[in-house]
Design a protein around this ligand. Structure first.
Ligand SMILES: [Zn+2]
Length: 484
């Protein structure tokens, strides 16, 4: 771009930018995005979020979060903005908001709340991001990060661009807010939840749950935890703010609503849904689509609703498995070539464990100059109306052994007939009443929860295993326990 054009553009954009009052601080600030643009951005991103995770269908729970969400939106700094509250079908513990009033909870975070006040605190925090226009203020391409899960971090630069083109990227856009924005949202969370009669101390407690979950790391979404200030600092701060707000509202009572909240999440799915695919002893099983294939040892498998990505440790090999849109070998081949800017070197028809298949050796139309050559193999497998697709990509000195590992996975693709695996159901939260006074660990033993799951159940219940519990108290246990 010529310099003069750049300055013209800059002047133009400053002219277009309006100076608007921030709804929360009341300060005037330069806004590059109007309210209607904000709403438009939210409305455009929402279908992507929904397509990626799916909506968790539960009319009663949905009605509950709508009611609480709208009640809080009404007393917020942007009471006339139309808000949308959704529950995503993800086991990850997370909540987030998009500009324009789109607020999301995962079923994973709803499962981890232990009362309505905790939910209300996080609801207030997310509404706070919207009312203080954090997303709108920070909106720029650089501020949007993909929920790339493990992929982005674990594969080499060359393969990364590949994976994105192949659609790994879950083109999901995610807001990353700074520490100041997070602290402000915590404050707004306490304010809004206090004004709607919730005990903010419970919100503080939930940060302890987040802190314990944070220790587990691995495949959790990065958003809620890592971009926020340290959970234990927030615990302190939110505790102090709660005192301030409760004094500011002397005529209000602040409730916790533990039992009523727990009953709402009774029977809710917990953790990954095995019907959508699971790994056991280095084999990936997909009961809903009735197939399985071996996973190369020590490679990392990431299962998303749109595809399965299997990455080799050094990041120099990637096996992508998904469904082609086209259900015809030639058309599915063309679809793959177009998506990835590839050309065919050679192809052949073959059979894989009774399935009709096509295998094609491909190469990049325009390889990056100087980069190490990349080997690319496409394998299409037809199963009735489904066209399964493996794309095996490798580079570097160990290409031969990587390709052998990937061939082994593809050649092992088979029909799943094992009834136990086909019928495996998602675990569910079960709300039970404690039978006798004792420790939480004793309750878990009474309900025959395996010892290996006790620590996890303590976190889920916001308790320590040594905590005293009393007869008739409600707690969460798990039913449909997966085999140990
Ligand atoms: Zn936040």
């Amino acid at each position: 771009m010529k310099l003069v054009n750049f300055f013209q553009l800059l002047v133009l954009s400053l002219l277009l930018a309006t100076c608007a009052k921030n709804p929360v601080t009341g300060k005037r600030e330069v806004m590059l995005m109007s309210e209607s643009e904000e709403i438009k951005l939210g409305a455009e991103s929402d279908p992507e979020i929904v397509a990626e995770f799916g909506v968790f269908e539960n009319p009663e729970l949905q009605a509950f979060i709508n009611e609480k969400g709208n009640e809080m939106a009404k007393i917020s700094h942007r009471s006339s903005l139309p808000f949308h509250f959704k529950i995503l079908d993800s086991p990850v513990v997370n909540a987030f908001a998009l500009p324009g009033g789109y607020v999301y909870f995962t079923r994973g975070i709803l499962a981890h709340f232990n009362n309505e006040a905790q939910f209300a605190g996080v609801l207030g925090h997310e509404i706070g991001h919207v009312t203080a226009r954090h997303g709108a203020n920070q909106y720029s391409k650089q501020m949007l990060a993909e929920i790339g899960l493990a992929i982005g971090a674990s594969i080499s630069k060359e393969l990364e661009t590949f994976a994105e083109i192949a659609g790994v990227g879950l083109q999901l856009l995610f807001m990353k807010y700074g520490r100041e924005d997070e602290s402000q949202s915590d404050e707004l969370g306490v304010e809004y939840s206090s004004r709607t009669g919730n005990d903010g101390k419970q919100m503080a407690d939930f940060f302890k749950t987040l802190d314990k979950l944070g220790g587990e790391g691995e495949d959790r979404m990065p958003a809620f935890l890592s971009t926020h200030p340290a959970p234990l600092d927030r615990f302190e701060k939110v505790g102090e703010l709660t005192k301030v707000w409760q004094e500011k509202l002397p005529n209000k009572s602040f409730s916790v609503n533990r039992d009523s909240y727990l009953r709402r999440i009774d029977d809710m799915p917990y953790g990954e849904d095995p019907q959508q695919g699971f790994v056991e002893k280095s084999v990936f099983y997909h009961p809903a689509l009735a197939f399985y294939f071996p996973v190369p040892k020590d490679w990392t498998l990431t299962n998303t609703p749109s595809e399965v990505d299997i990455t080799e440790e050094s990041g120099n090999a990637l096996l992508i498995f998904d469904l082609a849109k086209e259900n015809d070998f030639e058309l599915a081949l063309k679809e793959t070539l177009d998506e990835n800017e590839l050309v065919v070197v050679r192809d052949k028809n073959r059979r894989i464990n009774g399935f009709q298949a096509m295998e094609a050796e491909l190469k990049q139309k325009t390889p990056e100059s100087g980069a190490e050559p990349i080997t690319i193999k496409l394998i299409l497998i037809q199963d009735g109306k489904n066209m399964f697709r493996f794309l095996a990509i490798a580079q570097g000195k160990e290409v031969k052994s990587f390709n052998a590992s990937m061939d082994n996975a593809v050649d092992g693709f088979s029909r799943l007939t094992d009834r136990e695996k086909l019928n495996r159901q998602v675990e569910r939260i079960q709300i039970v009443s404690v039978r006798r006074n004792g420790t939480f660990a004793e309750v878990l033993a009474d309900y025959k929860m395996p010892a290996a799951r006790h620590k996890e159940l303590a976190i889920l219940n916001g308790m320590e295993l040594t905590d005293r519990v009393t007869s008739n108290m409600l707690v969460k246990v798990i039913k449909n326990l997966k085999p140990e």
